[in-house]
Design a protein around this ligand. Structure first.
Ligand SMILES: Cc1ncc(COP(=O)(O)O)c(C=O)c1O
Length: 414
């Protein structure tokens, strides 16, 4: 039989004959934390609430993980971005430069606050926006920058901070996918005014099904963020009534209790993801004809929410889509096409003309501006995202490599 006809995509047997196990994030420790909360509620006769001791401890522990500073729990990553932006208290119709590759939750808060997203292309070959792409969009109306660190890979935040300083703009780092990633030893989320984290169940660590956190370096920014996260309550401002209109984005005590346990596991979760990537490297994934491992920025420490790999179509006989479809058919856990992370191409954004806030006469910029983002689209066309779970080991690495080798040998351009 030819190598081609042996491929699962062509009707052959699958290279991977077992179901991959889950991440196994929760065990008796999270359960005990939740039971403790219920036991205490039953004992006291009062349901657990929010803004209590668990969240306070969670905030302190997360700030310690970040290298010092302040942190507040919120109820999603979207709301972490929302709260951080609300805390900046921008004038309506401010332009906010935002990464092109992100989740809808990383861009929609801008619109919900009556501001205008300006969508920055990525650096060539990357999923992350860089200083040049950000600076190209700065106008006299720009009031903030939101930079996502995508997939666990740090953006060039040092370069972006220089651009921000030059134009005197605050930066929000969207770290929803990059808990613990660092550049030159400094954690992402600690460079900008605020770091916004998603803590939903699929992230490096979680507070349960949904959750988030906002990190900052100064006490002043912290209290401003707390007010923005809880209907403008006058935290640390005795003698005031509520000071700004804002919504309720609080994390609750149960989520905070679970998050504290999870946070203790975060270093080993990150280590497990790195270990699994190393197992694949040791088995030669980077030496396959069709695979290129993208270079990281100098000093970057990747935390592999997943692993972005590039398909080298010059060395194989099929387009990227076919190579990836064959890998999927063999049972490789991966996302072959990450264009779901280009929210500026979606209907709500494409159909924005004539709608608030773009249609308001107070907005003096170009409401019809097109964002092409050719680098971001090219990056989607060349890469796929390989799933990396910290619970996986030699067995999973062997199986994934067997599938890759099978596909690569069938499609290699000899
Ligand atoms: C970059 C980015 N920003 C924001 C969010 C929104 O987070 P959440 O789903 O917790 O609202 C996500 C979610 O995956 C994300 O990946």
């Amino acid at each position: 039989m030819s190598k081609l006809s042996e491929l699962a995509v062509n009707g052959g047997g699958k290279a991977i004959g077992f179901a991959f196990k889950g991440r196994e994030q929760f065990n008796e420790e999270e359960k005990a934390a939740a039971v403790r909360m219920f036991d205490e509620s039953i004992r006291s006769g009062n349901a657990f609430g929010y803004n209590g001791p668990e969240e306070e401890a969670f905030g302190k522990e997360f700030a310690t993980f970040m290298g010092g500073g302040y942190a507040d729990g919120v109820n999603s990553g979207t709301n972490a971005v929302y709260v951080a932006l609300r805390a900046l208290d921008l004038p309506p119709f401010s332009e906010v430069v935002v990464s092109s590759v992100t989740d809808p939750g990383g861009i929609m808060p801008i619109v919900m606050l009556g501001c205008i997203p300006m969508v920055a292309d990525t650096m060539p070959g990357s999923y992350n926006a860089g200083p040049e792409q950000v600076e190209a969009l700065i106008t006299p109306r720009t009031r903030a920058i939101i930079i996502a660190h995508i997939g666990g890979e740090p953006a060039d935040i040092e370069g972006i901070m220089k651009v921000a300083a030059k134009h005197k703009l605050p930066v929000i780092e969207d770290c929803a996918q990059s808990h613990g990633a660092a550049i030159n030893g400094k954690k992402v989320g600690s460079f900008g005014t605020y770091g916004a984290f998603s803590l939903m169940f699929g992230k490096h660590f979680c507070t349960g099904g949904q959750g988030g956190a906002v990190f900052c370096n100064t006490e002043e920014d912290y209290w401003q963020e707390r007010r923005a996260a809880d209907r403008g309550k006058p935290f640390n401002m005795p003698g005031h009534t509520n000071v700004i209109p804002a919504i309720n984005c609080n994390l609750d005590e149960l989520g905070a209790a679970i998050g504290r346990v999870q946070l203790r596991k975060l270093p080993s979760i990150i280590a497990g993801k790195r270990r699994f990537v190393q197992l694949l490297k040791d088995r030669g994934i980077g030496r396959l004809a069709g695979i290129e491992i993208p270079e990281l920025l100098p000093g970057a420490e990747h935390v592999y929410w997943w692993w972005r790999l590039r398909v080298n179509t010059a060395k194989i006989t099929v387009p990227k889509e076919e190579y990836c479809a064959a890998l999927v058919a063999e049972g490789v856990p991966m996302n072959p096409n990450y264009s779901a992370a280009l929210p500026f191409t979606f209907e709500w954004f494409q159909n924005r003309r004539g709608k608030f806030p773009w249609n308001n006469p107070e907005y003096k910029g170009d409401a019809g501006i097109e964002f092409e983002c050719p680098n971001a689209k090219a990056a989607m066309a060349k890469h796929f995202n390989l799933t990396i779970h910290e619970s996986w080991g030699e067995k999973e690495a062997d199986a994934i490599m067997a599938a890759f080798k099978k596909v690569d040998e069938a499609y290699r351009d000899y």
